[in-house]
Ligand binder design. Structure first.
Ligand code: SAH
Length: 239
C-alpha cells in the first residue's frame, strides 16, 4: 500500500489530521530531502525515513513501489498538495495498478500564501508554474497571456531559481500587456515555515522584490485592491 501524502507548507500544525494519521501507520516515509527534513523531528526515532535528492522523482516512486510489493506500508511525501505539481501523478503512472495508491491531500502553497497576503483569491484564479523543466517555455508564455486577458488572478509557482533568474521578469512583461501596472501583487517566501517573509507591491515592481524558488507570487485581477497593507479581491457582495 502506498500513500502519497501532502505535508502542507511544512510545519506540523498546518498538516491535516488525515496526513498525520497516515504517516503514523506507515513503515517507511520517502521524500525529497528538504521535505523529509521538515518532518524529521516528529518521526526520526519512530520510522524509517528515506530522503532522496531533487529531480529523483521517478526513482523515489520505483523505490516506493518495490517496498510496497514487499509488504511495507509506504508513504511518499510532497510539500503542499501532492496533486499540485507534486508526486501523485508520477506515483500513479509508475504503480500502474500493481499496488493500491491513496492520495492524501494537503494545503497547497497558493492557499497558504493567500492567507498571509489577505484575501486575494476570492475570484477565479489560475496557478501557473514558471518552471520550464517539464513544460516548454512557449506554452508557459501562452498560458500567462491568456490568463491575463481573461482577468484571472494569477498565482506563480517556481517564480525563480538559479538556472532561470529572468523568468519572473518575462512573466511580468507578458501580464503587463493585459493588466495595469498598478495591479496589486504580493509574494510570500517560506510560507508557514521558518524564515517566512512576505511583501505587497504592484505588478510593475514585483520583479524587483527578493523572490526565490521558495516563493509564491500572487497577482490580482482588475478589481483587487490593497487595504491596510493586505491584498483584497472583492467577491462582489454589497456591503
Ligand atoms: N506541491 C506543492 C507545489 C510544488 S511546486 C504545493 O502544492 O504547494 C514548488 C513551488 O511551490 C515553489 O517554487 C513555490 O513557488 C511554491 N511553494 C511551495 N512551498 C512553498 C512555501 N512554503 N512558501 C512559498 N511558496 C511555496
Amino acid at each position: 500500500m502506498i500513500y502519497v501524502v501532502g505535508l502542507g507548507p511544512g510545519k506540523k500544525d498546518q498538516m491535516t489530521k488525515r496526513a498525520l494519521d497516515t504517516l503514523d501507520k506507515c513503515d517507511v516515509i520517502i521524500g525529497y530531502k528538504a521535505y523529509i527534513d521538515l518532518i524529521k523531528d516528529c518521526y526520526d526515532d519512530k520510522k524509517e525515513l528515506v530522503s532522496s535528492p531533487m529531480k529523483g522523482e521517478t526513482s523515489r516512486c520505483h523505490m516506493a513501489l518495490e517496498r510496497a510489493l514487499n509488504g511495507d506500508t509506504v508513504a511518499i511525501v510532497s510539500s503542499g498538495d501532492p496533486g499540485v505539481y507534486g508526486m501523485a501523478g508520477i506515483m500513479l503512472e509508475i504503480a500502474q495498478g500493481k499496488t493500491e495508491v491513496e492520495i492524501v491531500p494537503g494545503m497547497t502553497a497558493a492557499c497558504t500564501a493567500a492567507a498571509i497576503l489577505g484575501a486575494p483569491l476570492m475570484h477565479d484564479f489560475a496557478i501557473i508554474s514558471l518552471s520550464d523543466l517539464l513544460t516548454p517555455w512557449e506554452l508557459i508564455e501562452k498560458r500567462l497571456t491568456l490568463a491575463g486577458e481573461a482577468d484571472f488572478i494569477v498565482c506563480l509557482y517556481n517564480p525563480a531559481s538559479h538556472g532561470r533568474p529572468d523568468h519572473l521578469r518575462k512573466a511580468v512583461e507578458i501580464l503587463l500587456q493585459s493588466k495595469s501596472p498598478e495591479t496589486p501583487a504580493g509574494w510570500v517566501k517560506n510560507a508557514g515555515r521558518d524564515g517566512e517573509e512576505y511583501g505587497v507591491t504592484t505588478l510593475d515592481k514585483i520583479a524587483d522584490e527578493p523572490i526565490n524558488m521558495f516563493t509564491t507570487v500572487i497577482i490580482g485581477n482588475s478589481t483587487t485592491k490593497i487595504q491596510n497593507g493586505k491584498m483584497l479581491t472583492p467577491r462582489g457582495y454589497k456591503i
